[in-house]
Write a protein that binds this ligand. Structure first.
Ligand SMILES: NC(=O)CC[C@H](N)C(=O)O
Length: 298
């Protein structure tokens, strides 16, 4: 199983409702992955203020305020820290990659689970709705959000094994299914210098896409390349700083439904997660075709 939900808002008047809408969608998918979950929000101005970058961390051994004070001194700018156990969020007027590098030099054991100009990633072990409420997801705002409930197939039930995998700037990938040739692709990526954080098969897909994007390949092409390279079962939802994309394998046994209106584009593993969205009765609703790449841009 595993449950995927995602919402790309076109209508700015809906931005304040993003977190509430996404929480409702996530709640419908709890039974597809009740043990751990994760979510990514683009554009929440408390977590990702305009003009600042944001870095999301997992299992940070230092209180957020203490780490922020240390980083503020070393980077000579104001860094703000927010504790959302087991996730920590930091934001400041410094490049996202520089902030992440500074964090790693202060706390080498920490795991960076997301970084960018607009993106906050939150992950944990436990009931997905309990986690969402603990993180404050229902009151989050923004223009795009993704959430995932995990039923582990390829690695242990841990916070770092939960999705989204966010390994490039403002990028996220969530997956329902399992890749069957991920170890050989992982070894090839490692030979190319790519480093991994977990034993999870989905991380290999995320690293593969991030590598293509870093090399200047566009998202459509990167997902076509993923189709050509990865075997196994997958429905993937991939998001970037300006895009929202869905792709499935050739057999497409992992469910997916897309709904689209003038105000939003939404995707979920099952229709019931879309049923409460405003205006869904007038949405264009369809199941994505096998090996077809669907991309919407902001
Ligand atoms: N049930 C799933 O879809 C699992 C997704 C992925 N293979 C994982 O282990 O995290």
């Amino acid at each position: 199983m595993c449950g995927i939900v995602g919402l790309h808002l076109r209508e700015p008047s809906l931005y304040p409702q993003l977190g509430a809408l996404l929480t409702d969608m996530l709640g419908q998918m709890c039974d597809r992955g009740p043990d751990s979950a994760g979510m990514a929000i683009y554009g929440d101005r408390a977590w990702s203020p305009v003009g600042e970058s944001t870095v999301s961390l997992l299992d940070c051994p230092v209180p957020a305020a203490e780490l922020a004070a240390t980083l503020s001194a070393s980077l000579d700018t104001t860094v703000t820290g927010i504790d959302l156990h087991p996730t920590t969020i930091l934001h400041g007027v410094v490049g996202a990659a520089d902030l992440a590098a500074a964090v790693r030099s202060v706390v080498p054991s920490v795991r960076v689970i997301g970084f960018g100009d607009d993106l906050t990633v939150l992950k944990g072990v436990g009931n997905p709705i309990d986690l969402a409420n603990r993180f404050g997801l229902p009151s989050a705002s923004g223009w795009q959000g993704v959430a995932h409930t995990r039923m582990a197939t390829e690695s242990a039930v841990t916070a770092e094994g939960s999705h989204p995998f966010s390994v490039g700037p403002d990028q996220c990938l969530v997956h329902n299914g399992s890749f069957s040739n991920h170890m050989s692709i992982k070894h090839q990526l490692e030979r190319d210098g790519v480093l991994f954080d977990s034993a999870n098969d989905t991380e290999v897909g995320a690293r593969f896409v991030a590598k293509q994007l870093a090399e200047g390949v566009d998202l459509d092409k990167a997902l076509l390349m993923l189709n050509e390279t990865f075997d196994g079962f997958y429905t993937l939802l991939v998001s970037t700083a300006d895009s929202f994309a869905v792709v499935r394998d050739a057999i497409s046994c992992k469910p997916a439904v897309i709904a689209e209106t003038d105000q939003w584009v939404a995707m979920a593993s099952e229709y019931r997660a879309l049923a409460n969205l405003p205006g869904v009765d007038n949405a264009r609703i369809f199941e994505p075709e096998p090996e077809e790449v669907y991309v919407w841009h902001r």
